[in-house]
Design a binder for this molecule. Structure first.
Ligand SMILES: C[S@@+](CC[C@H](N)C(=O)[O-])C[C@H]1O[C@@H](n2cnc3c(N)ncnc32)[C@H](O)[C@@H]1O
Length: 219
């Protein structure tokens, strides 16, 4: 059930997440988080997997747009299919390839290289991907630079329970501690932690959330 091969096939991953109720429990949790995306705001979901996080917030407004990126094209394909199943207009969602080590460098589907503009996103979502970065610290700093002042970074991270650590080991996921993550984010953001409870089963077994709201520049 926890074969590392699951992370190689976006469609199998998506099916697994849906059939075992993981996706629904994540979305129940996301709905109660104190995150608002202004109309017209841009969302980035990097290491998007089958797209759940970014698509959830995209659906909370009509004029928001989403850029979903992943290292694996087949995950991007699975994310696009999810958006289409949910009736989201194709022009509201862009996709691209990006390594979490440099989340600002995107290769589009038609092979164009793009550098994302600093302070251009209202919301950045990451989930269980930072531990694949060469330096999670620099990736976090890069993501914060991409956030507009007042914007949110949501990290739906692996939790530090025994099961969370077991799953990380199984998937060769080497993250920094949640404490270190918060310490880095606090340099430019107000940081809060949000634990899941049993209403968010089964996601509560392996995930927890850190939200960072970027401070306005000091005068
Ligand atoms: C556990 S899944 C998480 C998916 C989604 N963010 C979520 O919260 O459900 C990890 C994702 O990270 C992607 N990934 C692995 N290494 C990566 C890297 N170096 N850069 C970007 N994405 C990567 C995988 O392809 C996979 O889609």
């Amino acid at each position: 059930m926890l074969s590392p091969k699951l992370y190689k096939n976006g469609h199998a991953y998506d099916l697994f997440m849906r059939v075992f109720g993981f996706e629904a429990s994540v979305e129940r949790f996301l709905s109660r988080l104190p995150i608002t995306v202004p109309e017209g705001g841009k969302i980035l979901d990097t290491g998007c997997g089958s797209g759940t996080l970014g698509i959830h917030f995209l659906q909370s407004g009509n004029r928001t747009s989403l850029l979903s990126t992943d290292l694996e094209p087949n995950f991007i394909d699975a994310a696009k299919k999810k958006a289409s199943r949910r009736g989201i207009r194709a022009d509201r969602m862009n996709v691209g390839i990006a390594d979490i080590s440099r989340p600002d460098l995107i290769t589009t589907i038609d092979q164009q290289a793009i550098t994302l503009e600093k302070e251009s996103f209202s919301l950045i979502c990451i989930g269980a991907v930072l531990g694949y970065a060469k330096s999670p610290e620099s990736s976090l700093q890069c993501l914060v630079e991409l956030l507009q002042p007042g914007g949110y970074l949501l990290n739906l991270e692996m939790c530090e329970t025994a099961l969370g650590k077991y799953v990380c080991g199984r998937y060769h996921y080497h993250n920094i501690s949640l404490e270190r993550m918060s310490q880095i984010l606090r340099e430019d953001c107000e940081v809060t932690s949000h634990s899941m409870n049993w209403q968010h089963f089964p996601a509560c077994m392996t995930r927890t959330a850190v939200i960072a709201k970027k401070n306005a520049p000091s005068r």
